[in-house]
Structure formats: structure tokens, C-alpha cells
Design a protein around this ligand. Sequence first.
Ligand SMILES: Cc1cc2nc3c(=O)[nH]c(=O)nc-3n(C[C@H](O)[C@H](O)[C@H](O)COP(=O)(O)O)c2cc1C
Length: 198
Amino acid sequence: MSRYLVCMTGASGAAYGLRVLALLAEQGAEIHLVATDWGRAVLREETGSELGSHLAALGPRLGGLVRLHEAGDLAAPVSSGSFRLDGTVIVPCSMGTAGALAAGLSANLVQRAGAVALKEGWPLVLVPRESPLSLVALRNLVALSEAGAVILPACPAFYHKPSTVDELVDQIAQRVLDRLGAPAPGALRWKDEGEERE
Ligand SMILES: Cc1cc2nc3c(=O)[nH]c(=O)nc-3n(C[C@H](O)[C@H](O)[C@H](O)COP(=O)(O)O)c2cc1C
């Protein structure tokens, strides 16, 4: 069974994190979840519901695959590289968390888990959401890319002609699965050569 860590921080775009969680659960993966205080607060602001309600909405079968850890619990299993993961994603990723990671801080479990992914060399996908990006933020993202992280901004494309917000959210979530190395059968892909384009 594959095992992933999903981290949600206080950038806008909680829906992306929830969608990644649901897609991984639908695949039967073991999922560890950490949300920072501001991750929970922005999720509440954007969806009108608490994280616990969203987890309950997954139902007992899928929800049973998710193990929630407190952001302050630096003794959680995912705090150690000896607890092997197939990949870690921070979605959405605030500039605060990106900056902490780039500086090598481990002040909470998300920062520590990101640092662990970098040192262990398993996939680390960051989904930053900020605009415009300051030079500081850009440099932090470059440093993280150089250290091995995949920077996958929450920037959906429009050439698939999306008609709902859910489609935009799903598009980014499927790309995250791609870069985690998880199956993404629902990913929209540009047509193969030879196929007729609309
Ligand atoms: C409604 C709301 C939206 C926010 N959106 C963003 C955002 O899009 N990007 C960002 O980097 N920070 C955003 N922030 C600020 C972060 O939540 C803040 O920097 C926080 O300290 C991040 O902490 P964390 O990384 O531990 O979750 C937002 C805050 C609020 C209250």
C-alpha cells in the first residue's frame, strides 16, 4: 500500500488540499495529514466548515485511510525519516511555510516533514499560492527547487475549457498526483500527436 503525507497550510486554496486528499484516499493509499493552525483557519474561511467535517464527509471507508496529526506534534511518526513515505505534498503552501523550509526551520510538523522529505530524497511537491511574488518568495522557491522540491503553483490552465471551479481544482490536484508518482487516471492531458485537436 502506498503511503503519503498531505500537509495543508494557511495559503488560499484549501480546496486543492481537500481534493488531493480525496483522490489519494480513492486509490486506497494510507494518508497522513497535518494542517497548520492557519491552514485550518483559511479552510474554515473558504469552505465554511471545519477540517473535521471534511474528513467525516469522506465516509468511513475513505476517512479510515486518513491519520490526522497535530501540527505541534513533532514526535509524530512523519517527523522521522525512518517512517518511510512514497511522497509528501504541501497543498496549499503558504509563503511563510516555504520561507521556513528554505531556511531549514523545523518549528512545526509541516516544516519538519518537508525537511525530512528533502533529506530523504522522496518526492516533495509544494503548491504555493501567492500573487504577486516578492523577490524573497521567489528566492525561497528557487532554493527549494534546487534542494529537490517540485514547485507546482496553483495555476490551472484554461485550454481544457473548464466550466466549473471544481474542474480547475481537480486539474491541479491531478498534477500533484502525477508528481507524487501516484496514479492520476483523471488527469487532463494534451492530445497525443496524430489525434485530431478541437
Ligand atoms: C484568508 C487568508 C488568506 C491567506 N492567503 C494566503 C495566500 O494565498 N498565500 C500565503 O502565502 N499566505 C496567505 N495567508 C497568510 C498565511 O495564512 C500566514 O502567513 C500564516 O502565517 C501561514 O502560516 P502557516 O504556513 O504555518 O500555515 C492568508 C491568510 C488568511 C487569513
